[in-house]
Structure formats: structure tokens, C-alpha cells
Ligand binder design. Structure first.
Ligand code: G3H
Ligand code: 13P
Ligand code: ZN
Length: 294
């Protein structure tokens, strides 16, 4: 069933934070979305599905929303839909009007004051529509299609800045730079993420809202557990699903060189996405989560 993200955080998030985290899996297409939802259904747990601006550029906002929402409505488990790393405010507003219950505005590349201004304006709009907003403070390393953050520029989140940001903007969830790195680079050995666990606790103790760990593909399970205990309640995973998808696609084509029906080519691909998503869902311990009815 399609749920508002706030239903995953009953009791102002107190039932979740420190106990488990929801994976927020990025999708770009029908098959990835199918794999994610099949994984959540098989384990009987709720899930968040994200779509980035890059994925929206690829698939079209309405098209990808309809795919996500249609599959979410039919799902046997709660599914919340989120727009990830938004820079284009008009597009984010359209997404809210379409029905995303959660959106991210990412002005982390700006200075704190500009970031606060842009984020607060979006929060004011989102409030009138009942959507949740995720802001970002600090700079998460890695490359996204709208920003390249070199190691030198990287800026971990300062707990006092985080408090100021949350108080000034009223965001519902907060993405922070805790040492993880976006994208394939860390998996190919080009950079090593070092998660600053004490910083997670220091930020959570100040802001007391669910924290979001971005760039979490490839992060060791034990570190993930420590991060959850410290206050991370949403964990973004994109690259590991992309790897599962593309490796399975290569194998599927090689195994069935005569096959011309995309449905048979994609069958093992969907299964590979599902298995990877299930691995993460198990790690993040969502089994005992209580989802509220409104
Ligand atoms: O954190 C970013 C997501 O992995 C989306 O990546 O901008 O390449 O779609 P993308
Ligand atoms: P990874 O690609 O490292 O999993 O990061 C995903 C992410 O942060 C999406 O917002
Ligand atoms: Zn991210």
C-alpha cells in the first residue's frame, strides 16, 4: 500500500530512531521498482523508494511517479515515495502536487544562510500540501550529476550548524555528511569512506529528527548498525542496486544469446535487484517496525 512517509515514523519518530532504519532505494525504471517492492513483500517490511533528478530526467517525472505509485498502491507492504537530491524547486513542487509524500531539497553546495533560505521556502510550500521535506547540511563526498565534490571541498556536518538549520527551516528529516561517499567510486577502491559515528550521535542529540545516511552502498554492516544506534533512521542505497541490475543484465544476455523477449531477459535482473534489496532490508532490521494508520 502507498503510505505517507510520516506513517513510517509514528510517535514523532521515537519508535524508530536508535532501533532500526528504513532503506531508501533509488529507482530509475519499472524493473528496479519491481525488484525493490518484491523484496519488501517477501520480508513483509515497509520500504522507501527514491527517485533522483537524474532519474527523472531519464524517465520523466510523471512517468516514473506513475510507475512508483502504481506498484506501491498494489504492494502488500507499506511503501513511501521520495524525491531525492532536488535542486529544481519548481520540479520538487510539481512532485509534491503529484503525490510524493517526501522530497529532498539539496542546497548543501551553498553557504548555510542560502541553504536555509531555499530550504525554508520549500518547507513552507510543502506544509500547505502536507509533504515532508528532507534538507541537507554538510557536503557528502562523491559525484552527483549536478555537483562534483572533491575530497578537498568535502565538509562533514557540524552539529551546531545542523541545529541552526533544523530550527530555521523546520525540515522533517536531515541528510548529513558523516563520511560516506556517493556512487561507485568507493566500491571500485577509488576512495575509502570513514563513517564518523560520534558525529552522528552529536548531530542527533542536537536535532532530534530522523537522520538520513546517503551514499550507503558498500558500507559495512557493523558500521550500519552503529549508525542506526546513533540516530540514522533512513539509509540511501542506489549504487548497489545499479550493480546488481547491470551485472545480472550482462549475465542474462550472455546466458540467453538467442533470447529476443525483454521480459525473459529482465527476469533474472529483477531477481538480482530483489536479492540485493532483501540483503539490505535484513541488515536494517525493519522487521519489528510499527507503521501508523495516518
Ligand atoms: O545520491 C544520488 C543518487 O545516487 C542518484 O544519482 O544523480 O546519478 O541519479 P544520480
Ligand atoms: P549510493 O549510490 O552510494 O548508494 O548512494 C545513494 C544515495 O545517497 C542516494 O541519495
Ligand atoms: Zn544521496
Amino acid at each position: 500500500m502507498l503510505v505517507h512517509i510520516k506513517q513510517l515514523f509514528p510517535n514523532s519518530g521515537r519508535d524508530v530512531v536508535g532501533k532500526f532504519a528504513y532503506p531508501a532505494f533509488n529507482t530509475q525504471n519499472l524493473e528496479t521498482t519491481m525488484g525493490i517492492i518484491q523484496a519488501a513483500e517477501e520480508l513483509g517490511v515497509p520500504v522507501i523508494i527514491d527517485v533522483s533528478e537524474g532519474a527523472i530526467k531519464y524517465a520523466g517525472l510523471t512517468t516514473i511517479f506513475e510507475i512508483m505509485a502504481t506498484l506501491a498502491i498494489k504492494a502488500k507492504v507499506p511503501v513511501a515515495l521520495h524525491m531525492d537530491h532536488g535542486k529544481d524547486v519548481e520540479q520538487i513542487k510539481t512532485g509534491i502536487e503529484l503525490g510524493f509524500s517526501s522530497v529532498m531539497i539539496d542546497h548543501s553546495g551553498d553557504d548555510v544562510e542560502k541553504n536555509i533560505k531555499a530550504t525554508k521556502e520549500l518547507v513552507d510550500f510543502a506544509r500547505t500540501e502536507g509533504a515532508w521535506v528532507q534538507g541537507e547540511i554538510g557536503r557528502i563526498r562523491g559525484s552527483e550529476d549536478w555537483i562534483n565534490v572533491s575530497d578537498a571541498e568535502a565538509l562533514l556536518t557540524n552539529p551546531d550548524d545542523a541545529l541552526k538549520f533544523v530550527q530555521a527551516t523546520g525540515v522533517d528529516t536531515l541528510a548529513c555528511a558523516f563520511g560516506t561517499i556517493h556512487g561507485i567510486i568507493k566500491i571500485r577502491g577509488g576512495a575509502t569512506p570513514v563513517v564518523d559515528l560520534p558525529r552522528i550521535k552529536a548531530v542527533y542529540d542536537k536535532v532530534k529528527i530522523p537522520l538520513v545516511l546517503h551514499g550507503a552502498s558498500g558500507v559495512d554492516e557493523n558500521i550500519i548498525h552503529e549508525a542506526i544506534l546513533a540516530g540514522v533512521a533512513i539509509i540511501n542505497i542506489d549504487t548497489e542496486l545499479r550493480i546488481a541490475f547491470t551485472e545480472a543484465l550482462r549475465k542474462s544476455l550472455a546466458d540467453q544469446p538467442e533470447e529476443v523477449d525483454p521480459r525473459y531477459v529482465f527476469k533474472p535482473v529483477i531477481e538480482a535487484v530483489k536479492q540485493t534489496a532483501m540483503k539490505k532490508l535484513r541488515q536494517f532490521n525493519t522487521k519489528n517496525v510499527v507503521v501508523s494508520s495516518q
